[in-house]
Design a protein around this ligand. Structure first.
Ligand code: HEM
Length: 400
């Protein structure tokens, strides 16, 4: 087995678009990931993605962002504002869990703090399956933990959510718009739709939607704190101009892809650009971190946080952080919004959930807590924030 690595934007893009390469990042985490969307290939992947894409429409995201999400943010933030502080990772988990559970189709009948805590605990376990390839601890023990968590998830959340939707479908009632509902509605179009496969797909969705967004939000807040301190004359622009705030979030997302690498394995023997002849036993590591800092696409200061930078060629401001090709992120518009084009009406623009969260936090004066510095997570080799404590302004200092 040979491991090849590509680092330029052009090579990374080309490999991500090839359909003779399969997903390679989750082989170690098969206990959860074996049959989930991001790990499927070819016709099976297309069939499942086409069904699930029925939920991921721009008009649905926009309505959600305008009508529901502001209330979810306010409700989740309220107790932290009373305390005058929060851990961004904890706040992000709570708020994104609600959002992702809605889109995925996992009911939370109690809506209690205990129920949220249970679901968060399960998600943390599922997260360990997805990052098992990079884990530094005892991998068998992690697999056993993931199996126990999946059993609990199935009994307490998945099966009741599925039974409720199945009954609605059979009764011809109005249906919720979520991934589980469409999977059940179009079950006959899926090559594999056993209870176990659908249950793991939903566990994966919670993970794919929630944790990526939480880390992106925390990275964006960190970059903004540093940038506002270095640019005091421009600091106020972030709150005054939400389209600029969105470009800050996209710039941070470029610098901090949720996974530093994508990994692909050849499905047969083939000649790859920049790599040469490869076969199924080989591994292609696509260095997203490096590709997103390719000076030929992002300029000489590509490694720096400079919101609003021009890019060269048909390259998005977030680089390859949402992937490319068949597995490109299905939730990108939900998380990152629409790219501003031409003259933008700020009231009608689609900002994405991360920008809305960042704006809500900054509006309340969020700033790093000097007495409790942020910590990174040492349990995986992919560096992520373990906690990021911030302080808020006292309520009386906030505007109307
Ligand atoms: C900032 C937030 C997010 C980031 C950085 C992100 C990143 C990514 C990346 C890089 C991929 C491609 C993986 C690969 O090629 O191996 C991906 C795929 C995916 N993402 Fe996201 N994602 C985010 C938010 C979301 C949200 C909110 C959802 C759903 C609610 C979601 C659902 C998915 C799914 C289902 C896939 C698999 C698509 C497929 O294989 O066809 N993601 N994401």
């Amino acid at each position: 087995m040979a491991v090849h690595s590509v680092k330029t934007y052009a090579e990374a893009e080309e490999l991500l678009r090839r359909d003779d390469l399969r997903q390679g990042l989750y082989d170690e985490g098969a206990v959860l990931m074996e049959k989930v969307l991001v790990n499927l290939h070819g016709a099976e992947h297309r069939a499942r993605r086409m069904v699930e894409a029925k939920v991921f429409r721009r008009d649905v995201f926009f309505a959600y962002e305008q009508k529901i999400f502001p209330h979810t943010i306010a409700e989740t933030l309220a107790p932290f504002l009373v305390d005058g502080c929060c851990d961004l990772v904890d706040f992000g988990n709570r708020v994104m869990l609600n959002l992702t559970a809605d889109f995925s189709g996992i009911d939370r009948p109690e809506r209690s703090a205990a129920e949220t805590a249970t679901l968060l605990g399960l998600l943390r376990s599922f997260g360990k399956a997805a990052t098992l390839g990079q884990a530094t601890g005892d991998r068998e023990a992690i697999r056993a933990e993931v199996r126990d968590s999946l059993k609990l998830f199935d009994d307490a959340f998945f099966t009741p959510s599925m039974q409720r939707r199945q009954a609605l479908i059979e009764a011809g009632d109005e249906l919720p718009r979520d991934v589980l509902t469409v999977l059940l509605q179009f079950r006959s179009e899926l090559p594999d739709s056993t209870h176990d496969t659908l249950m793991k797909e939903l566990a994966f969705y919670l993970l794919a939607g929630a944790f990526t967004s939480v880390h992106s939000m925390t990275d964006a807040m960190h970059e903004l704190f540093v940038w506002q301190t270095a640019n005091p004359d421009q600091a106020a622009r972030v709150l005054a101009d939400p389209v600029f705030a969105q470009s800050c979030v996209m710039e941070s997302t470029r610098l901090h892809p949720s996974s530093a690498v994508a990994c692909r394995r050849p499905t047969g023997t083939a000649e790859m650009p920049a790599v040469g002849l490869v076969g199924p036993e080989d591994v292609l590591m696509i260095d997203l971190l490096a590709a997103n800092q390719d000076v030929s696409r992002f300029g000489a200061d590509a490694a720096a946080f400079r919101p609003g930078r021009e890019t060269v060629g048909n390259v998005g401001p977030y680089g390859l952080s949402f992937g490319m090709g068949a597995h490109a992120c299905i939730g990108r518009n939900l998380a990152a919004g629409a790219l501003p084009r031409g003259t933008v009406d700020p009231a009608a623009h689609h900002y994405g959930t991360i920008t809305l969260l960042v704006l809500a936090l900054l509006r309340h004066g969020a700033r790093p807590d000097p007495a409790d510095p942020a910590r990174q997570d040492a349990s995986i080799t992919r560096l992520k924030w373990a906690r990021y404590p911030v302080l808020f302004n006292p309520p009386q200092q906030d505007g109307p």
